[in-house]
Design a binder for this molecule. Structure first.
Ligand SMILES: Cc1cc2nc3c(=O)[nH]c(=O)nc-3n(C[C@H](O)[C@H](O)[C@H](O)COP(=O)(O)O)c2cc1C
Length: 209
């Protein structure tokens, strides 16, 4: 009888733990893990040739689209190029029109030599769509970092692409919907450097009484 009672109590305890985790979606050490991922992340600008497999990419992108977004309109479109040859072709087109924009430091493309680039476009008909795109990107960057994958949010390659006539077919190839504007991209790959943290201005934060 006592055995049955103990078993019942154990089952009730386990059930309450499960319910708690399901309700909050949180375990006990979430803050430590999240803080570690956020505070250790750095923009990576040197990558190895190792490709990121698509299952991994899809997991990261799923985290991306779980970001908060205005009215759940998800006012972004995401295009992924994980073919280094295509990234090299885009680079060639940019450099053809503007040779001064050739990749620096021996990088193989204008995306700091990354093997994979995620292009993010915003819905220009929605006033806060750029916020959606930024939050989406941050989720992507952090999820990738937690998997040992480095990244760098980049506006410059998108500026270069838009400023190059020869690149127009590649922007077309992204197949963005009407009213969507290519906003920025995220270069991504396995890191081949360990960048130092850049200082932040803590006086940007002020409590208002
Ligand atoms: C919207 C945006 C655009 C950026 N554009 C570029 C870029 O074109 N080239 C580049 O090397 N880094 C770019 N960065 C990366 C920043 O330089 C980097 O995040 C910043 O220096 C802080 O360094 P950390 O990410 O290592 O903390 C961009 C970042 C953001 C958020």
């Amino acid at each position: 009888m006592r055995k049955v009672l103990y078993s019942l109590m154990a089952m009730m305890f386990l059930a309450s733990c499960t319910t708690q985790t399901e309700k909050t979606g949180r375990g006990n050490n979430d803050y430590d893990v999240v803080e570690k991922v956020i505070m250790s992340r750095r923009s990576v600008r040197q990558y190895t040739d190792r490709p990121i497999n698509r299952d991994t990419l899809n997991e990261i992108l799923k985290c991306g689209i779980n970001a908060p977004n205005g009215q759940n309109r998800q006012a972004y479109e995401i295009r992924v190029i994980d073919n280094p040859k295509l990234l090299a072709e885009i680079t060639e087109a940019v450099v053809k029109d503007n040779p001064e924009n050739a990749p620096k430091n021996g990088a193989e493309n204008i995306f700091v030599g990354a093997t994979c680039v995620i292009f993010i476009a915003n819905d220009t008909t929605y006033d806060v769509s750029q916020v959606d795109c930024g939050l989406l990107g941050e989720n992507i960057v952090l999820a990738a970092w937690a998997k040992g994958i480095g990244s760098c949010c980049m506006a410059q390659p998108v500026r270069l692409m838009k400023g190059s006539r020869s690149c127009a077919p590649y922007i077309e190839k992204l197949g963005l919907s009407k009213d969507y504007n290519l906003l920025y991209c995220i270069a991504m790959g396995y890191p081949d450097e360990k960048p130092e943290a850049k200082p932040r201005k803590t006086d940007k934060i002020r409590f208002v009484e």
